[in-house]
Design a protein around this ligand. Structure first.
Ligand code: NDP
Length: 328
């Protein structure tokens, strides 16, 4: 059967796509424009087929795809805007995330009886800040953020993820006996080397942007703040998506994907130890600390069989790649 893959052009999506192809899935990548589809073909060869959906928020956006795609068995939806500097929260971030998730589910419901499972990339942001929760953050926790709160710029990305995931589960609960199941993957801040590093050191994926800036010497004066204090490596995240479609026990579950808490001081310390040539670009030790929270990633290990690597290995590999992009 075919695996429909959205978001294949992204930082995480490229890893998912590569793994799907390595494991022999027939992949139909949904892209925003044909140029991006041709880019994927140039990187992965003829094994990737692509279809263009210009606007994933449009009603019936995916119907034509399902009408022509053949027997689609799985859908992986990892496409949503991961940006902080938006000018319009609603149209640039919230609608693509929320409506994009609902449109694919509606199309699967109406047009794709062959689909067995949809895997949606959510975020640990959908699990944090649950006022009724006790103990380590896990899959029973829900961020109660509202659409209204999400219009505030600092909340928008978090809200876009939490609301999209909630909308997806609400959709499923409206159709008991529906012919497919949902799985959501909820990662912390994702680190790892870009699969196809830029040659110019230009702005990189949001989650590794501060590491890129450290490499570039832009924080030589002071240790910057951590964008999010929980991290996960990109291989764990991509393999979770692919394992989710292989394991029946993953159906109807959410999964927290997180290695643990980190501080920017730890990251800088690893960079300094591993790459003495960065001395001078890196800030002197600061006093960044971990927030008082605990995290539980046991479901991802026990049910999916995800393996996690050390912060040291992941930061070393990420830094090495970003140094090469910056010509260091
Ligand atoms: P990227 O920005 O690298 O990739 C985002 C992907 O989504 C790209 O394929 C992009 O397509 C697509 N996309 C973005 N906006 C739209 C839109 N309006 N309409 C259609 N497609 C769109 O981000 P990541 O790889 O980091 O993120 C992938 C997923 O993982 C997202 O859902 C993100 O929220 C989630 N996530 C990421 C974390 C991280 O730390 N990186 C942490 C937790 C969750 P195009 O190439 O056309 O721009």
């Amino acid at each position: 059967g075919i695996c429909l893959d959205l978001g294949g052009t992204g930082f995480i999506g490229l890893y998912i796509l590569q793994q799907l192809l390595q494991e022999g899935y027939d992949v139909l990548a949904i892209v925003r424009d044909a140029e991006k589809g041709r880019y994927l073909c140039s990187k992965f060869g003829e094994k990737v087929d692509f279809a263009v959906v210009e606007d994933i928020t449009k009603p019936d956006a995916f119907d034509a795809v399902f009408q022509t795609a053949g027997q689609v068995e799985y859908v992986i939806h990892a496409a949503s805007p991961f940006i902080y500097g938006h000018s319009d929260a609603k149209t640039e971030v919230l609608e693509p995330s929320i409506e994009g998730s609902l449109q694919i589910l509606r199309s699967v419901l109406n047009w794709a009886p062959s689909v067995k499972q949809v895997v949606l990339t959510s975020s640990l942001a959908a699990m944090v800040a649950d006022p009724s929760a006790t103990g380590p953050i896990n899959e029973s926790h829900w961020n109660p953020i509202t659409f209204e709160d999400s219009l505030k710029p600092k909340n928008t990305y978090i809200g876009s993820k939490a609301l999209a995931e909630r909308a997806a589960w609400d959709f499923m609960s409206q159709y008991p006996g529906i012919h497919f199941s949902l799985t959501t993957i909820c990662p912390g801040l994702v680190f790892g080397p870009p699969m196809f590093p830029s040659q110019s050191g230009e702005k990189d994926n949001t989650s590794i942007q501060f590491i890129n800036e450290l490499v570039q010497g832009l924080h030589a004066d002071a240790v910057p703040e951590a964008p999010v204090p929980m991290w996960v490596d990109v291989q764990a995240v991509s393999s979770a998506h692919v394992l989710a479609i292989r394991k029946k026990a993953a159906q109807d579950h959410r999964f927290a994907l997180v290695n643990g808490l980190y501080t920017v001081d730890e990251v800088v310390g690893i960079m300094r130890d591993q790459f003495p040539q960065l001395e001078g670009r890196l800030p002197a030790p600061g006093n960044s600390s971990k927030p008082p929270m605990e995290l539980d990633n046991s479901r991802s290990r026990d049910v999916l069989g995800v393996g996690y690597r050390s912060l040291e290995d992941c930061i070393t590999e990420t830094t090495k790649s970003l140094m090469a992009s910056n010509g260091i």
